[in-house]
Design a protein around this ligand. Structure first.
Ligand SMILES: NC(=O)c1ccc[n+]([C@@H]2O[C@H](COP(=O)([O-])OP(=O)(O)OC[C@H]3O[C@@H](n4cnc5c(N)ncnc54)[C@H](OP(=O)(O)O)[C@@H]3O)[C@@H](O)[C@H]2O)c1
Length: 305
């Protein structure tokens, strides 16, 4: 990115206004009236300023500008896909020993304030958040953005057998799109406002790439696979993730479902390689794992909303 673009990312970050265009930069430079603002912009660029978060959802969607620090390092990789027009990120909130719940299924909350805020930030940056029906039944989550500023994404449940109750909180009509992805012949009892996506299934399984293609056809380009482990593992095994965000809480649960379960391999050199970047979220750690090397192409999606 050019220095000029970088400057305007920061000027926008200071004003909160996204109407300053790149050409206006030249206008301002021509008048010679902005050395103070430019200097301020560079000063701000050096700051590590978490209070700039509220600018990030629109900056990521609508501009190519670098996000203000510290956000570019964490969320910049979600700006665009490396394989096609989609960006698919999964998240696991887990203990040190990779558990996402206790053996009885209790998981509220493994992560602390910072880890949960990170999850809500991910939601605010995507077009759609996807969960398996197991999570919908176990947790009855809202899947809205509440802990940080930003828009709530569309909510998607993978429910091949129609187990979701019409009263599930994530189906609540709050102005965002709500979709249930199911098999061709499944009987559903859902409110009329729910978009039903029917896909061909093999042995009851919905192919993750078919799920993503269906979401792309409906205008969703950035997707968060929020859980649980069954769903995340299927997308990972199918090569349908660009990134995996693992948020590790400082606790050891000892037993319970693991964040990822894949088919056994014989040798370590058969393992999925995932170069990692490490970020600190208070007393928790975020591993941002790059899975783009094994990501399969889904197809061209419409633009992000
Ligand atoms: N810590 C975290 O980050 C986190 C996040 C989310 C959830 N959780 C916890 O995880 C647990 C639930 O996870 P889970 O692994 O048991 O369930 P899950 O992944 O939420 O849901 C699995 C179910 O979703 C359906 N499904 C998902 N992908 C499918 C596909 N590609 N094709 C067909 N069906 C598909 C299947 O439904 P059918 O069985 O009807 O076929 C499957 O059994 C809960 O305890 C929850 O609290 C933790």
């Amino acid at each position: 990115m050019s220095a000029a673009k970088r400057i305007f990312a920061i000027i926008d970050a200071k004003t909160g206004v996204f109407t300053i265009s790149f050409s206006k930069y030249h206008d301002i430079m021509a008048t010679g009236s902005t050395p103070t603002r430019i200097q301020e912009a560079f000063d701000t660029a050096k700051e590590d300023n978490p209070s700039t978060w509220h600018l990030v959802p629109r900056m990521l969607r609508e501009t190519d500008f670098l996000l203000p620090a510290p956000w570019e390092d964490v969320f910049g990789p979600l700006r665009r896909g490396t394989v096609d027009d989609m960006v698919v990120v999964a998240q696991c909130g887990q203990s040190i020993d990779a558990r996402i719940a206790t053996a009885s299924g209790h998981s509220h909350y493994i992560n602390g304030t910072e880890g949960l805020a990170h999850l809500h930030r991910l939601r605010a940056l995507v077009d759609a958040v996807v969960v398996g029906v197991g999570t919908a039944l176990a947790d009855d989550p809202q899947l809205t953005v509440r802990r940080v500023a930003g828009p709530s994404p569309a909510r998607v449940v993978l429910d091949p057998s129609g187990r979701l109750a019409p009263t599930a909180l994530l189906l609540a009509d709050d102005g965002v799109r709500r979709l249930v992805v199911t098999k061709m012949d499944t009987m559903l009892d859902l409110p009329a406002s729910i978009e039903v996506v029917r896909l061909a299934a093999a042995d009851g399984q919905l192919a993750p790439d078919a799920v993503l293609a269906a979401l792309a056809q409906r205008g969703f380009r950035r997707i968060l696979i929020e859980g649980g482990s069954n769903t995340v593992s299927r997308f990972l095994a199918a090569g349908c993730l660009d990134r995996l965000h693992v948020v590790i809480a400082p606790m050891i649960i000892g037993a319970g479902p693991a964040s990822v379960n894949l088919a056994p391999i014989e040798r370590v050199d058969e393992a999925v390689r995932a170069p990692m970047r490490v970020h600190h979220l208070g007393d928790e750690v975020l591993l941002d794992c790059d899975l783009s090397a094994q990501r399969i192409a889904i197809g061209i999606a419409k633009k992000s909303m």
